[in-house]
Design a protein around this ligand. Sequence first.
Ligand SMILES: [Zn+2]
Length: 324
Amino acid sequence: MSHVDSIRTETFFTIEMPFRERMETRRTRFVGGGGPRAAVVAGIHGDELEGLYVCHLLASWLEELLRTTPAALLGSVELYPAVNTLGLDTLTRGLPVFDTDLNRAFPGSTAGPLPDRLAAALMEALAGAALVVDIHASNIYLREIPQVRINQDFDDKLVPLARHLNLDLIWLHGAATVLETTVAHSLNSCGTPCLVVEMGVGMRITPEYCEQLVTGILTAWKELGILASEVVIPQVSHTPLIADDSNVHFLNAQTSGLFIPSASHWTDVRRGELLGTIVSPFRGDILSDVRSPVDGILFTLREYPLVYEGSLMARVMARTGGRA
Ligand SMILES: [Zn+2]
């Protein structure tokens, strides 16, 4: 088998559109030996693009591997870079027309409306994989450091996998705060490990975050026996901090207005330090100060300046507390 035969772009879901067209949702498969299968999913939210670039970088790496040392791909890899094709086409977070967040439609159903059918097709395609990584890019409002978010119900199985991903934070969520209709929850509930990555900001690509995650995904694939142990991959250079609901502090706006940050994202901050101000576009006065409640790391920072009372502006992870 030449390397061209071992790379296949396939349609895993198709539905007839109201006029003549068909919507097709595609994946690329890189087929090696009979070892474990891994998958990377991106673009479930149509305004999040970081994962699409991660898929490009992984495809480029795998194409080179299959051209030079095809026997080193012991298993197989599937890339699903653009799951919500209609949303990506129209710069819409959810599924247009259906006004549905696709990541609230899992596990879906083969007899339901379009979002349910697409969710069911993705579930069927991903079930049984050794590892699924579902990449999200926050939203247009908040910038996030590269992190993995894990439901504490599955932490025994997922934290060891997440440690390979070369990211800076593993955030463990209590079961009460977890949404059960996401692709990750649905896969983990049926025994297929799925890690949710959040990084960067909506509608943008942060190349250094994408490259950091690629190193981590290749490392995980090697650990799982999808790549041969002698394959040379970039060196892991990040060690994750562990956050949980006890050491993450949410900073919500006390007044509506324009948020003007004065601290840089992903820096150490001191208790009481000024992180930004909320100002009025009508008057010269400052409406409120935003200060860090603890010594910690500013890991989420508002990107979109307009805020309403209660809007999230930042998250700080305390240096103390949490599970080591
Ligand atoms: Zn998302």
